[in-house]
Design a protein. Structure first.
Length: 320
């Protein structure tokens, strides 16, 4: 039995982040950079079926190549790379999924690896005191996708951070860039049952750099949680942010989609992009799945798991 404080165990509960999907023109280059920089492994791969493309509301994606990549930790989340020849977006300048925050074992080692792999460093590793002692860095991958790579220090259980066991491990917060954070907050509260945690205002260095602002400019964001753990950070984008350019019938470029587990699709209070599908291959394993669009136009994939739990384990309340 693993110790109670080991947060490498699966979180197969309503609201768990199952994977992130990144779309980019050159799948092989993405795979190579993730192997070298993030030490991820190719788990499985294939071609987008017409049924899966319909699930996403992106019929032009049928036939496109996809590769699922995972860390050594078998219980961690994955990143799916999907072929998409749409232009790569500038990071943290458009509305939609903006960044992926991932727990890492040693951020200095990760910094060295992603630098050698050709990632663009936006923020070098630095000690921070945000919901507990952490040492994050920020880097942009070859598809314009922003990573917040965070070394967890101190008591992971107390702050509900995952405890990594792989070089790069659990995707534990997804960052949403939105023109209206209150509308986005209401969507996640009402549609997926993700409660409000807190509002924040801080000098947001990576966002300010990407937007061409002074690094000490204050920005605002809101956190919502799944069960007792943070799930979605909703960034209020400053003036100058725009809609993400998209090719009709295709996935958004960059961070295209986030996949969450849900108890029942019938409880999701938003229109489905298309009728639910039962896809046999990973990560669906035959479960019913569907997509919805959020208040910022972001694509959200949902995999039904049945009423296994609601994430409210017998733990203290989250402190953020």
């Amino acid at each position: 039995m693993q110790p109670e404080t080991d947060y490498s165990t699966p979180w197969d509960l309503h609201g768990r982040i199952q994977l992130a999907t990144v779309s980019a023109p050159d799948v092989d280059a993405m795979v190579d950079s993730y192997v070298k920089g993030l030490k991820l492994n190719v788990a499985t791969q294939g071609r987008v079926t017409p049924e899966l493309a319909a699930l996403w509301g992106a019929p032009a994606m049928a036939g496109k190549r996809w590769v699922m990549m995972s860390p050594d930790n078998p219980h961690s989340t994955s990143i799916r790379i999907v072929e998409n020849d749409s232009p790569t977006p500038a990071p943290l300048r458009t509305f939609g999924w903006g960044a992926l925050e991932i727990a890492v074992l040693n951020v200095m080692d990760v910094n060295d690896a992603v630098t050698k792999a050709g990632f663009r460093i936006v923020g070098a590793p630095a000690d921070r005191q945000f919901s507990g002692p952490v040492k994050p860095m920020q880097a942009v991958g070859p598809g314009g996708e922003m990573f917040f790579l965070t070394e967890i220090r101190g008591d992971a259980k107390h702050y509900f951070y995952p405890r990594p066991v792989s070089f790069v491990d659990q995707l534990f917060i997804v960052i949403l860039s939105t023109p209206d954070r209150r509308a986005a907050q209401a969507f996640y509260e009402n549609t997926l049952g993700f409660p409000f945690v807190a509002d924040y205002e801080m000098a947001y260095t990576s966002l300010n750099k990407c937007m061409g602002l002074a690094v000490d400019t204050l920005q605002q964001f809101t956190m919502v949680k799944s069960g007792k753990r943070p799930a979605v950070q909703i960034d209020q984008m400053p003036a100058g942010a725009t809609k993400r350019p998209m090719t009709p019938g295709k996935l958004p470029p960059g961070i295209a989609m986030i996949t969450f587990l849900v108890d029942r699709l019938e409880d999701v209070r938003a229109p489905l992009v298309s009728p639910p599908q039962e896809i046999s291959h990973a990560p669906y394993a035959g479960s019913r799945s569907a997509c919805v669009r959020g208040a910022a136009g972001e694509l959200i994939e949902l995999i039904e798991i049945g009423e296994l739990g609601d994430g409210d384990e017998a733990e203290d309340e989250i402190e953020l």
